[in-house]
Design a protein around this ligand. Structure first.
Ligand code: PEP
Ligand code: MG
Length: 320
């Protein structure tokens, strides 16, 4: 099996007609690091950090975080690592998040971090110290952004922590890119305005789908309504891709949609060339992208964008 994986790994990351793409891993735990090499990911596209606290009941452990981020960077050289700030709340970490009636619509991600200033500061200190140790490789990703004010607040917090670290004599990377998750529909709709204020956009289709279609991503009873083939989702993705192009910033997809080979082809057809996913899904996606032409993928994207129902778009994907 590994020989087969290696065969795919050895191919250049381009379509049959030479369009390039980047495939990265979504990881969460230290024990997933070997899978980065095994499935030849070009770095980490989404490092979920919430789990650092799975076994703790407090957030403020800077050294522990710094060690974890450092070991991810160590293992992935020379590729980039995109570290997402804690996305606690929602369905994640009931032990530390407070119980709410509608947790998915509640105190989650950046909303929580901007209230818990010490938690944000500790995490930024750990991240920015790691960025200084591996300059040019670390990027910060902010979860659950739903307003430009939140973007400005995070930027301010980063600048303040960078100033403090410099005063302490720590190395910093002054140009560490700051990007946002596009997972709340208003951000996708206003993608142009957000693209002006950030260094990159990463589309989180898991949450974007649930918020767009008003379908709880974890509720079995209505799971039939949770479709990542929904034409409205694809129309939003296209808007975000276009906004990124207009403002010359990278747009990636880090939701599990990217791990579906046909969907990955459609994303590339829309101009999204950076995808990240569960490491074990990488070879099948790479195989699909390597064995087709970009013009076929663009034709797929146009058809999907013209579809009006899930059944219609599903048929288009199946025929592809
Ligand atoms: C997403 O929402 O698509 C995403 C990648 O983040 P998570 O699944 O961690 O919410
Ligand atoms: Mg999400």
């Amino acid at each position: 099996k590994q020989a087969k994986i290696q065969q795919v790994c050895d191919k250049p990351n381009e379509t049959v007609d030479g369009a390039g793409f980047t495939l990265r891993a979504n990881i969460e735990f230290e024990n997933e690091l070997p899978s980065i090499e095994r499935f030849c990911a070009q770095g980490v596209g989404l490092l979920r950090t919430e789990s650092i606290y799975l076994h703790c009941d407090h957030f403020d452990d800077e050294q522990k975080q710094y060690t974890f981020y450092g070991s991810v960077l160590e293992h992935t050289a020379p590729h980039p690592v995109i570290i997402r700030l804690f996305d606690a709340g929602g369905d994640k970490l009931f032990n530390v998040a407070e119980q709410e009636q509608n947790p998915f619509l509640g105190w989650r991600g950046i909303r929580m971090l901007l209230d818990k200033k010490t938690v944000l500061k500790q995490q930024l200190r750990a991240i920015l110290k790691a960025a200084g140790r591996y300059p040019g490789r670390l990027r910060i990703l902010v979860p659950m952004i739903s307003s430009l004010d939140e973007v400005a607040a995070v930027r301010k917090a980063v600048a303040i922590v960078q100033g403090e670290l410099q005063k302490e004599g720590e190395e910093i990377d002054p140009n560490v890119p700051i990007g946002i998750m596009v997972e709340v529909p208003n951000v996708a709709i206003q993608a142009r305005a957000f693209a002006k204020q950030v260094d990159f956009l990463s589309i989180g289709t898991n949450d974007l789908t649930q918020y767009l279609l008003a379908v709880d991503r974890g509720n079995e009873r209505i799971s039939g309504l949770y479709s990542q083939r929904h034409p409205a989702l694809w129309q939003l993705i296209k808007q975000v891709a276009d906004a990124g192009k207009e403002h010359s910033i990278p747009v990636s997809v880090c939701g599990e949609l990217a791990s579906d080979p046909a969907a990955a082809c459609c994303l590339l057809g829309m101009g999204i060339t950076e995808l990240s996913m569960t490491p074990s899904a990488l070879p099948a996606v790479k195989q699909a992208l390597c064995t087709r032409g970009i013009s076929d993928m663009q034709a797929l994207a146009s058809k999907v964008l013209e579809s009006t129902t899930v059944a219609e778009s599903e048929e288009i994907f199946t025929n592809f």
